[in-house]
Design a binder for this molecule. Structure first.
Ligand SMILES: Cc1cc2nc3c(=O)[nH]c(=O)nc-3n(C[C@H](O)[C@H](O)[C@H](O)COP(=O)(O)O)c2cc1C
Ligand SMILES: [Fe+2]
Length: 557
């Protein structure tokens, strides 16, 4: 960021406008440590008045015929105009002299307003030539009061500055007004104090607006360059993510955990398998937990398509990609396809399941988090761009695309109307990070945590409660008795319209990306994932080290 700092009060050492303009500049530099400041003290070194000799130079004389004054003033004009064009923020200290700006500031204005350089005439009128992103913050000082009183009509300072800056194309102009400074020493101290506080607010707002602007520019850059595009003409589309299949060493404990803590209901069970669903789900199951004597692991991530025809097209598409896929029989499900995606994630895809009654109205049966419905899952894989290209090619939309210095490291893919169904983050994988259930409210979240505490799983409340930036919902992450991770979240924002473009952001320039507030996650939240049975893990090259709670606390000591 370039700051052009101009002062126009001759009273060096006791000038109000100088004190305030210096404050503006130092505050901006605090917020933007890389900012450069160009200083132009036009009270101490004023441009010559626009006399005949100086005015002539602008249009009528050629280089070789210039007088000494004209050579000097032309060079100065070139410098002043270049400084103005280079400025992102123009800061001016402007005292009122005889109802308007000082003669020195006027001399600067007369020098920089040049046709063809800072404005140009068109048949429709004049057009300013400065970068439309240029901002001006102007510290006004004056002895009397003009903004609220009988003297308003005498203010030829603020209206004039607004007009002349607009003339050269600077329309984003903020005034900090210290007026009535000569009424009494107390009044002077008070208006300076008030103006100082105002400056702090203005610069904070500037910092905020600039960071939003950066995200926008990033969005635009990424959208136009290499964010994969959704293929809306895909022969089939996934309708949602629907269920998870994993193993447990103790089905009894799993049942206790998922019914008491999450409040899921058992749709069916036998000695080796447990089928569970959320309170409002009509589909037979959203969790399938299988008994194992080995280390607990994941088997498959479940997806749904709308109908049997889409399922056939899905198989055909996977075959075209030369991805392994085969029909299998699964209890309580219609025809089911087992397939691997481009990163080797084991998928289980079907178009239908047996129906069960909804229990969301049977309030007397509700327990723990009163989990309503399966929402999404997150998987780590080694290549985000590759996986994004695959899923967008079969009609998935991108809600969020996360990069680190331009390199894609995460994607939130959307199928139903919530912001995301399927989340992939760059890390060794494929490995299962978590699945999420929607719960009704914060009370339910706390009740789930309380229940975990009382049943001896207090340490398994791993991360949160907190609030996501992406999706805008509250969350808590918990680990089940086999260390599979589950997220309980409040209903996220709705994401439906096609013109809702992918939100692209870079972790290196965004202070808080996925979390709106709170402490960073424990180290385990990053390192621990459930492995997929029989799947080869690949590690991506490079990668940053995340900020963990453990690191954060050491720094804070
Ligand atoms: C020559 C001169 C003319 C002034 N004219 C006005 C004026 O028209 N209205 C006003 O309110 N104050 C006027 N003042 C007071 C100044 O605006 C006031 O002292 C202000 O603080 C000057 O800014 P500075 O402290 O940054 O130098 C004038 C001061 C001087 C020296
Ligand atoms: Fe999640």
């Amino acid at each position: 960021m370039n700051i052009l700092h101009i002062d126009s009060s001759p009273l060096v050492g006791r000038s109000v406008s100088r004190e305030l303009s210096a404050r503006i500049v130092s505050r901006i530099v605090e917020q933007f440590p890389n900012a450069t400041v160009t200083r132009r003290d036009i009270a101490l070194h004023p441009p010559a008045h626009a006399g005949a000799e100086a005015v002539d130079v602008v249009r009528y004389k050629k280089d070789q015929e210039l007088s000494e004054l004209q050579v000097r003033e032309t060079a100065l004009a070139d410098t002043l105009i270049a400084e103005l064009h280079a400025a992102d923020v123009l800061v001016i200290g402007s005292p009122m002299y005889n109802y308007t700006v000082t003669t020195q500031l006027k001399a600067w204005i007369d020098r920089v307003c040049q046709a063809g350089r800072t404005f140009r005439y068109t048949p429709e009128g004049s057009v300013g030539l400065l970068n439309p992103g240029t901002r001006a913050i102007i510290a006004i000082s004056r002895g009397g009061n003009y903004t609220n009183g009988k003297q308003n009509h005498r203010d030829f300072q603020i209206p004039y500055l607004k007009e002349i800056l607009g003339f050269v194309g600077i329309t984003d102009v903020t005034f900090v007004v210290a007026e009535g400074v000569n009424l009494s020493p107390e009044a002077r101290a008070q208006v300076i104090k008030r103006a100082t506080a105002e400056i702090d607010d203005i610069v904070r707002a500037l910092a905020l607006a600039t960071s939003h602007l950066r995200t926008l520019q990033n969005d635009r850059r990424r959208n136009h360059m290499d964010v994969p595009q959704t293929n809306y003409k895909s022969p089939f589309r996934f309708s949602r993510v629907s269920h998870s299949v994993f193993t447990s060493r103790d089905l009894k404990k799993s049942e206790e955990f998922y019914t008491e803590v999450l409040g899921l209901v058992v749709s069916d069970s036998d000695k080796d398998t447990l089928y569970l669903r959320g309170l409002e789900e009509r589909a037979h199951h959203s969790l399938v937990i299988k008994r194992t004597t080995d280390a607990p692991a994941y088997e498959r991530a479940g997806l749904r398509v709308f109908d049997e025809e889409a399922l056939d097209k899905c198989k055909h598409t996977f075959e075209q990609h030369q991805l392994p896929c085969q029909w299998v029989e699964r209890p309580f499900q219609g025809r089911t396809l087992h397939a691997l995606d481009v990163c080797g994630t084991p998928l289980e895809i079907c178009a239908s399941m047996d129906r069960q009654p909804r229990l969301d109205m049977d309030v007397y049966k509700h327990k723990g988090a009163q989990a309503r419905r399966f929402d999404h899952y997150q998987i780590t894989i080694p290549d985000v761009e590759k996986i994004t290209r695959f899923y967008t090619s079969v009609g998935c939309r991108i809600a969020d695309y996360i990069t680190a210095g331009g390199h894609p490291i995460g994607v939130f893919l959307q199928m139903k109307d919530t912001p995301y169904d399927l989340v992939f983050l760059e890390r060794d994988g494929p490995a299962f990070h978590h699945f999420g259930y929607i719960i009704p409210d914060i009370q339910a979240m706390l009740r789930a945590c309380d229940t975990m505490g009382e049943l001896g799983w207090g340490n398994n409340v791993e991360y949160g409660p907190g609030k996501h930036g992406v999706g805008h919902s509250y969350y808590v992450y918990i680990l089940d008795p086999d260390n599979h991770r589950c997220e309980l979240l409040l209903p996220p924002i709705v994401y439906m319209d096609r013109e809702d473009e992918p939100h692209v952001w870079d972790v290196l320039t965004t202070e808080r990306g996925t979390e709106a507030w709170g402490l960073p996650p424990r180290e385990s939240w990053f390192s621990h994932r459930s492995r997929f049975n029989g799947v080869k893990i690949t590690t991506p090259p490079g990668g940053g080290t995340p900020m963990t709670l453990e690191k954060y606390l050491q720094i804070a000591k």
